[in-house]
Ligand binder design. Structure first.
Ligand code: FUB
Length: 338
């Protein structure tokens, strides 16, 4: 009898791990979903992909988004509600184009939508817009966050109540144009044998509108304690960073870009260093994937996107699937082709 119980629980957990991913948004193309639970509801903050005349190129100009929508659900299998346009390019005084991946954070009765966009000089900066409700609409600040650059902001609330922004993205995301937070003339990635560029981290000020410190480099080490190298395209950070905590450890996850994987590294504090652990999602259809990992009703979920429906790199669809851990805290590997 014990054997039957063990066997059926093994079969059940195998089936759970294989639960088919669910596409969440069917009235538009969407990508880069940051999901959060606010007031017992699930809120999704994605990019809004659109068709464009801009030709596909390395600078990412074909990701030509012009507004943000917010979506919500009462439960993970529930109906998805589109709350409409919550922030429009025309309403962001400093931004010219390309509203890329956003995230949202809550503090003291206000919701802060963080996003990147190109300014009037075609330089990516990170902006913030504020609302009293999670579904927006959001009102943009007049200027981007002072000292911000590059793309893909995500904001993590630590157990002591501090908020940290992680950000950065190579290539179209312009991270290679900076060292130590200053623009560099060459604007190239480090050489293959040099340390890879990491995502950046900055503690946020009490009012959530500024950096409380100069952004710092996040180090990702291999198991021998050596920083990953810029030529290590299978493992090094490229873009789309996310932070979550599991059993007291800090999990830094990201896209490897050119090798199209989602990987993660584990650390003991928000600043790292983080030790590379492995890949948890193999390449999806399409060039990018960009994710968030969220605990909902004591289960963990991965929100991400692919281009199976459109077959066009810049027209993506957000999906969700269960994410599971092994007993040792590693994440069970999933196929991006499911
Ligand atoms: O959506 C535009 C960009 O593509 C994002 O900012 C990146 O993370 C990639 O998903």
């Amino acid at each position: 009898q014990l054997f039957t119980i063990i066997l059926s629980s093994l079969v059940c957990s195998a089936l759970l791990a294989q639960e088919t991913p669910r596409y969440l948004i069917d009235n538009m193309y969407s990508a880069d979903a940051s999901a959060h639970v606010f007031n017992n509801k699930i809120y999704i903050y994605p990019s809004h992909d659109i068709e464009t005349e801009v030709k596909e190129a390395k600078d990412g100009g074909h990701y030509d988004m012009k507004d943000y929508h917010v979506f919500s659900m009462d439960s993970i299998k529930g109906k998805v509600t589109d709350h409409g346009v919550v922030l429009d390019l025309a309403a962001i005084p400093w931004a010219k184009k390309q509203l890329w991946a956003p995230d949202c954070a809550y503090k003291n009765g206000r919701y802060y939508l963080y996003f990147s966009a190109k300014d009037k000089n075609d330089i990516f900066k990170i902006g913030v817009a504020v609302s009293n409700v999670p579904q927006g609409p959001f009102k943009a600040e007049k200027n981007p966050i002072k000292g911000s650059y590059s793309i893909d902001p995500t904001v993590f609330k630590d157990t002591d109540g501090s908020f940290y922004m992680y950000f950065g993205g190579i290539s179209g995301g312009q991270l290679q144009n900076y060292r130590n937070n200053k623009p560099i003339a060459s604007g190239t990635e480090p050489g293959k044998e040099e340390n890879a560029l990491g995502p950046k981290i900055a503690k946020l000020s009490n009012n959530m509108l500024e950096y409380a410190e100069e952004p710092k480099e996040v180090l990702i080490l291999d198991k021998q304690g050596n920083p990953l190298k810029a030529g290590d395209g299978e493992r090094r950070f490229f873009e789309g960073v996310w932070m979550h905590q599991y059993k007291g450890k800090y999990y830094l996850s990201y896209s490897t870009g050119t090798s199209h994987k989602l990987c993660y590294a584990i650390g003991d504090k928000p600043y790292g260093p983080f030790v590379f652990e492995g890949e948890f999602l193999s390449p999806v259809s399409g060039w990018t994937t960009h994710h968030s990992i969220v605990e909902i009703d004591h289960k963990w979920y991965l929100f991400y996107h692919d281009t199976k429906q459109s077959k066009v790199n810049s027209l993506r669809n957000v999906k969700v699937r269960a994410l599971e851990y092994n007993p040792d805290g590693t994440i069970k590997k999933m196929s991006g082709q499911d």
